[in-house]
Design a protein around this ligand. Structure first.
Ligand code: IYR
Length: 230
């Protein structure tokens, strides 16, 4: 079988423009915060659709696109999710999380209560497809599923932020109840729950600092020659 290839010739940006755009993009992303206090104000479904389509442009192992986004706007279902999540989180905070873990979370001010799960207008649950289902119901192997879904999650978060909305990477653990409540098939594993909405008027976020470039990178550059132009 022959496979088709298309020409790909995006225009090269002048360096100055790359710098400008890179800096503006960084500043924009740097202004994003994980939000735990949402306004109940509605958000049009079309905006959530755009974020999912943006997420779905993620590269994936063998281009299998191994993700399903389950989108919940139904208040009854949101309440059921909140109740189940809080039941798990109550046990986690009381007996499953180590003292070290609880201390690490202290600056975030989290506890077992998750009111945002029924306040935010949308809950978007990212399910990782551990395998796919072919046209005749056969199993299709998926590759690098967690990595692929992680990249899609990042793009989803960036798209939500770009639209002036807020979200949170919530992982109520164990998360199995989400597959159950949403009736998802056995090939799908819940990975991240994203409440999506506007921050509450009185929302606060913890005073955190991001690591600097020196803390997050190591460089192995070509030795500088006298004639170097860069
Ligand atoms: N899932 C719990 C605990 C929690 C764990 C981590 I790691 C965080 O970065 C934040 C919270 C919760 O949502 O409260």
């Amino acid at each position: 079988m022959s496979h088709r290839f298309l020409p790909h010739r995006p225009e090269r940006l002048p360096l100055e423009q790359s710098h400008e755009r890179g800096r503006a993009f960084l500043e924009h992303l740097d202004a994003r915060r994980s939000v735990r206090h949402f306004a109940p104000d509605p958000v049009p479904r079309a905006l959530v659709e755009l974020a999912i389509r943006a997420a779905s442009t993620a590269p994936s192992g063998a281009h299998k696109q191994p993700w399903t986004f389950a989108v919940v706007g139904d208040p009854d279902l949101k309440r059921r999710i909140r109740e189940a999540a809080e039941a798990e989180e109550r046990r986690s905070y009381a007996e499953r999380m180590s003292e070290e873990w609880l201390q690490a979370l202290a600056p975030l001010g989290t506890d077992w209560r998750k009111p945002y799960l029924d306040v935010a207008p949308w809950l978007v649950v990212l399910f990782a497809q551990r395998w796919g289902i072919g046209p005749d119901g056969e199993r299709v192997t998926h590759y690098y599923v967690t990595e692929s879904c992680g990249i899609a999650a990042g793009l989803f978060i960036a798209a939500v932020h770009e639209m002036g909305l807020a979200t949170l990477t919530h992982t109520p653990s164990p998360m199995g109840f989400l597959a159950e409540v949403l009736g998802r098939p056995p090939n799908e594993k819940p990975l991240i729950l994203f409440p999506v909405g506007y921050p509450a008027a009185d929302a606060t976020v913890p005073d955190l600092r991001r690591k600097g470039l020196e803390e997050v990178s190591v460089w192995f550059e070509k030795p500088r020659s006298e004639a170097s132009e860069d």
